[in-house]
Design a protein around this ligand. Structure first.
Ligand code: SF4
Length: 441
């Protein structure tokens, strides 16, 4: 039977593994049992020694590296990380999990991109592992873990944090008088009279079944990971000096994250097609130039919030979103939010100021909507802890602009070759880069 701690490092079993660890210095020692397990894991690629963790610190970093690679490249070589799906790794994996969480807590704290990456990594690892289990093991683990985490009558208010951070939505849950229903018997008892001519079992499988249990478990463990980082961070503030092993690991974590982000991010170098680079206002499309000059007639709010904000944020940070077709958050490409604060928001605010009447003069609350369109929730300040509460809107296509904001569209020659203002911008930037044209073209 698969160990509970393979999915839930916060289980009693998981905590017991950590208590038995003993001397922290051993985490750097070559671990023959770990290596043996890795190389004998099903489908594991053993040709490249680099992909084999030799000690617990290396395993911790590989865990995070797996998540970042998987997130940024759907075609990544998962055979280099097959051991992460092997239930026999549980003992080592739990220690690696706590090492990572503690290193992040003491060096970066909660509300950091490292903390977010850790929680998301845990969510993805759980999801992938559960996906590999047999139906029997999956059912057993879901019921055992949820049974220990949600005891008795579970009121929806228990998920207040998950709901407010939008990790789950109320519409995902089935409730009866404020209590969340997860069990099939309870479901049948509560709703039998409302399920006329319908098979209660089929309805249960459709509305709840393993998929909702898995979703709840996944998000609860992500939340617990964030809470654990906060708790360790608070404790670490009372200590004089954090353990140097954790600080060393934290440096390794930064390296893993920046290795992946640097080729694409704020300080990044050129991607083969398009680099994230400072704005070149000269090659903005006519519609964007119009909004930057300020909207004097109708459509002011939509032009600034729905049109300009997504355009500028993607043009600056993730210009080839449509080619790569991978969903990113702003902090994935601008981890310290420097470009957002120093380049993107100032340009949006200047355009808002040039409108007639100036946007924030009569509707200062619209700043919240600008933050929301960049993925930072409905808040007056942009903070990492709120990122993901809303979606980072992708830029409107030309057809939509023509339909909803027709006064912005004054097409020129380049417009004939593109379907989205962002493509216009990229095309003109590339023209300059490859000297096909000059700015007067
Ligand atoms: S065709 Fe597209 S890019 Fe050109 S002005 Fe109209 S909306 Fe903008």
């Amino acid at each position: 039977m698969v160990a509970v701690a393979f999915i839930n490092p916060f289980s009693e079993e998981g905590r017991q593994i950590v208590r038995e660890l003993g001397d922290l210095n051993s985490v750097y020692e070559e671990n023959g049992n770990l290596i043996d397990l890795v190389i004998h894991s099903r489908s594991q690629d053993i040709a490249d020694d680099e992909s084999i963790p030799h000690n617990l610190i290396e395993l911790a970093l590989k865990r995070l590296e797996w998540y970042i690679r998987k997130k940024n490249n759907p075609d990544f070589d998962y055979k280099k990380y097959s051991y992460l799906y092997n239930p026999q790794i549980t003992r080592f994996d739990v220690i690696a999990f706590y090492l990572l969480a503690q290193a992040i807590s003491v060096k970066f704290g909660p509300n950091s991109r490292e903390s977010r990456a850790m929680a998301e990594c845990q969510g993805k690892i759980m999801e992938s592992r559960i996906g590999e289990l047999s139906i029997r093991d999956k059912k057993h683990l879901l019921n055992t873990i949820l049974g220990s985490m949600l005891v008795g009558d579970v009121k929806w208010t228990i998920f207040a944090d998950l709901l407010s951070s939008r990790k789950i939505r109320l519409s995902d849950l089935v409730m009866d008088q404020g209590s969340i229903i997860l069990d099939e018997e309870e479901f049948t008892e509560s709703f039998q009279d409302k399920l006329e001519n319908r098979d209660p079992h089929k309805m249960y499988e459709l509305l709840i079944g393993d998929h909702i249990k898995e979703l709840i478990l996944n998000k609860m463990i992500m939340q617990k990971t964030e809470d654990y980082i906060t708790e360790v961070y608070k404790k670490s503030q009372r200590k004089v000096e954090p353990n140097p092993i954790l600080l060393d690991l934290a440096d390794g974590i930064s390296e893993v994250l920046s290795k992946t982000y640097v080729s694409y991010g704020y300080h990044g170098t050129a991607d083969e097609n398009m680099e994230a680079s400072p704005f070149n206002n000269d090659v903005f499309p006519p519609c964007v130039k119009t909004v930057l000059e300020g909207i004097k007639s109708g459509g002011r709010n939509d032009a600034i919030i729905l049109f300009l904000t997504p355009f500028l944020s993607y043009a600056r940070l993730y210009p080839d979103v449509f080619r790569r077709n991978i969903t990113l958050k702003i902090s994935d490409v601008d981890p310290q939010l420097e470009a957002v604060e120093k380049e993107i928001l100032p340009l949006i605010y200047e355009a808002a100021e040039r409108c007639s009447p100036p946007l924030f003069e009569d509707q200062p609350q619209e700043k919240v909507n600008i933050n929301a369109k960049m993925g930072f929730g409905m808040h007056s300040d942009i903070e990492l802890k709120h990122e993901g509460e809303t979606t980072w809107y992708t830029p409107m296509g030309c057809e939509k602009v023509k339909l909803h904001l027709p006064s912005l569209c004054k097409p020129d020659e380049t417009c004939k070759k593109i379907g989205n203002p962002l493509s216009y911008y990229i095309r003109r930037l590339n023209d300059i880069k490859y000297h096909k044209t000059d700015l007067k073209d």
